[in-house]
Design a protein around this ligand. Structure first.
Ligand code: CS2
Length: 482
């Protein structure tokens, strides 16, 4: 049957009932759908927990998902083949600009939590890691909050919108609620608390006090590699499933979710689907942020400098792979505790990264480097130096970023203007300026500046040994061209 004659995915085609909304999510992207939406569907009591998911910057994903009643196909992509599952836990998909609907849902007593995947850069952290109300978007949102008592559709930041919605919950007397950050940030619960109460404080002190009393900030470590959906994924679902789905999402089979904190109004039994609830999340968080995300960032910059496009392709390059292993050696020194099982975790990561059927583009990972490296490279570098070692492998990640940003005309980064300005300087002054953007004061440490500067050029120096596009395995060439 031609694709245009296939039925569109909806609830008459699959036996996936719609659950009542009890979770409000902000950041309706591929990762939310492959992770939290999947875990919620697989919780034993998932049928009682529907998600109302709001987009971030653009309405597109909400429009596309609404046309199929929130349903989408998860393509589970292993190294050997694909399997398909319709996920139906998104009961409502909404344009993030619809602050009125967000307020209404957050103010509903049935809503037990607000979950977030808004990206690291959206928390307004400055280079000290503190909340900065002057970060892009917040000043104008604060103006809109003051002018319209939070009723304005002109709020543009996810946290500005959430603060307006929390005011709605306070006004409705709907009681306590949990805010659950699912972004890759160290101490994401605490970061969310600081940003949300910081914004509220700057608008309405009474609201900040209410948030301190009534909102529980839950920390999580989330994991599932989920590249952007491609046209090939859409065509594959049509062919294999016999319906049209504009919004499938392809992800690796591996998934992990560690949570820590209180849910005053309950939560789905995510542990039925393999989630783990712990008292002390920090070791798990660091393991994931340093080993997985750290390696990702290193590969993103080093790999692109070497002419690679995907994670699997970069890892096949010995220069990149050795850099990753050396960084892992440094990080492992600071990941203690038998239950972390670092050797097994590293082995599993190698296998996940070489899954060449997952076209995880380095350019996607490279975005927002100043914020990401602050959490992925700097803590290991500092711990190494405190331990009397140089931290050379962590410094190499910073050097790769510095080389990478020098070659970019348009950079996606919250500090892109300052990064561009620092390109006006040269030599160690430029290295120091860029390091200060990643972490305030780092560029004032002459030893670190030299350690990083010495390693600049590592991945661009000897391109003769980098595989050229035509040496790359066939599946990688086709991914690159897709
Ligand atoms: C990646 C993550 O884009 C990035 O920064 O490192 O999105 C990574 O793929 C996920 O955290 C995997 O769980």
């Amino acid at each position: 049957m031609s694709a245009s004659r296939l039925p569109v995915l909806d609830r008459t085609l699959v036996n996936v009932p719609k659950a009542p909304v009890r979770i409000v999510h902000i950041g309706l992207g591929a990762f939310h759908r492959s992770h939290e939406a999947w875990y919620t569907q697989h919780a034993g009591d998932g049928a009682q927990w529907g998600i109302a998911a709001f987009t971030g910057r653009r309405p597109d994903a909400a429009v596309a998902l609404s046309a199929q009643d929130g349903l989408f196909t998860l393509i589970e992509r292993s190294g050997t083949g694909d399997s398909f599952e319709v996920v139906g836990s998104i009961a409502e998909a909404v344009d993030g600009a619809d602050v009125g609907r967000l307020r209404e849902l957050v103010a509903a007593p049935e809503t037990a939590m607000v979950t977030l995947t808004i990206t690291e850069a959206a928390y307004g952290l400055d280079s000290n890691g503190s909340f900065d109300a002057g970060a892009p978007g917040f000043a104008s949102d604060l103006g809109a909050l003051r002018d319209t008592a939070g009723n304005s559709g002109t709020l543009t930041t996810p946290l500005g919108r959430l603060v307006a919605a929390l005011a709605g919950r306070r006004d409705a007397g709907a009681g306590p609620v949990a805010v659950v950050s699912c972004d890759n940030l160290a101490g994401n619960g605490e970061v969310a608390r600081r940003a949300i109460t910081g914004l509220a404080q700057a608008w309405d002190e009474g609201l900040a006090r209410w948030i301190n009393r009534e909102v529980s900030f839950v920390s999580t470590s989330v994991d599932r590699i989920t590249p952007r959906t491609t046209d090939a994924d859409i065509a594959e679902v049509e062919e294999s499933c016999g319906y049209r789905d504009s919004s499938p999402v392809a992800a690796e089979p591996f998934r992990n979710w560690v949570l820590s904190g209180d849910f005053p109004q309950g939560r789905p039994r995510w542990e039925d689907a393999g989630a783990v609830v712990v008292d002390d999340i920090e070791p798990y968080e660091n393991r994931k942020l340093w080993l997985l995300n750290g390696a990702h960032s290193l590969l993103a910059y080093a790999g692109q400098l070497r002419g690679h496009t995907t994670v699997a392709q970069a890892l096949a390059d010995p220069l990149c792979r050795d850099a990753v292993e050396a960084f892992w050696d440094e990080a492992a020194e600071h990941l203690q505790g038998a239950d972390l099982r670092i050797p097994e975790y590293r082995e599993a990561l190698r296998a996940r990264f070489v899954n060449g059927r997952i076209a995880h583009h380095l350019s996607q990972i490279a975005a927002d480097g100043s914020t990401k490296l602050r959490m992925r490279a700097v803590p290991v570098l500092m711990a190494e130096r405190t331990g009397g070692r140089s931290g050379a492998a962590s410094a190499l990640m910073l050097a790769a970023w510095i080389d990478y940003v020098a070659g970019q005309k348009e950079l996606q980064d919250p500090l892109s203007a300052s990064i561009a300005a620092s390109q006006e300087t040269q030599g160690t002054a430029r290295v120091a300026a860029l390091l200060n953007l990643v972490s305030e004061g780092l560029g004032g440490d002459a030893d670190i500046v030299h350690l990083v500067a010495r390693q600049c050029g590592t991945f661009s120096k000897d391109t003769s040994t980098a595989p050229s596009a035509t040496d790359a395995p066939a599946h990688l060439i086709s991914e690159r061209n897709s």
